[in-house]
Design a protein around this ligand. Structure first.
Ligand SMILES: [Fe+2]
Ligand SMILES: [Fe+2]
Length: 153
């Protein structure tokens, strides 16, 4: 399957930054532009769900096989993912319903995402560059870059 074009950590860190920028674009969209807000959040949420899905299905299984401490950390990351997915769902419901503010949900999301991403970038992603097989790295990068519409096929 070949070698990854860049280290996998770089691919996933860049995806974190891109998702951060898109969340900020949503947050700076005026409250009156309800359709645009819902569209921006929907596309951000769908790509963040894909990022999480690739981590859980392609990457964490290899990481947690390494040692009991990795298993503990992988469980911690999965807990974070569940919290993140829950806030995404609640925010989407709120955006679909009455045009009430999502400021509190946004703060909750930023909070959990920030600590989660730091944890991954410091303690997990560097391990991938050193230990993941080239096939798995190439596969994970391709899965992350797949267009959103293809994810649920
Ligand atoms: Fe994650
Ligand atoms: Fe991540």
């Amino acid at each position: 399957m070949g070698e990854p074009s860049v280290p996998l950590s770089k691919v996933f860190v860049e995806d974190h930054r891109e998702l951060d920028d898109r969340l900020e674009a949503f947050r700076s969209t005026p409250a009156g532009a309800a359709d645009l807000r819902a569209e921006r959040f929907g596309s951000f949420a769908s790509d963040l769900r894909r990022h999480i899905e690739v981590e859980e299905e392609e990457l964490l299984p290899a990481f947690e096989r390494e040692s009991p401490s990795h298993r503990w950390l992988a469980e911690r990351l999965r807990d974070d993912h569940r919290r993140i997915l829950d806030v995404l769902d609640r925010t989407e419901r709120q955006l679909r319903g009455s045009p009430s503010s999502t400021v509190e949900l946004e703060a909750e999301l930023v909070n959990v995402l920030w600590s989660h991403n730091s944890r991954e970038e410091e303690a997990v992603y560097p391990w991938f560059d050193l230990h993941l097989t080239a096939d798995l790295a190439v596969h994970a990068e391709a899965a992350l870059r797949r267009p959103s519409s293809a994810v649920r096929d």
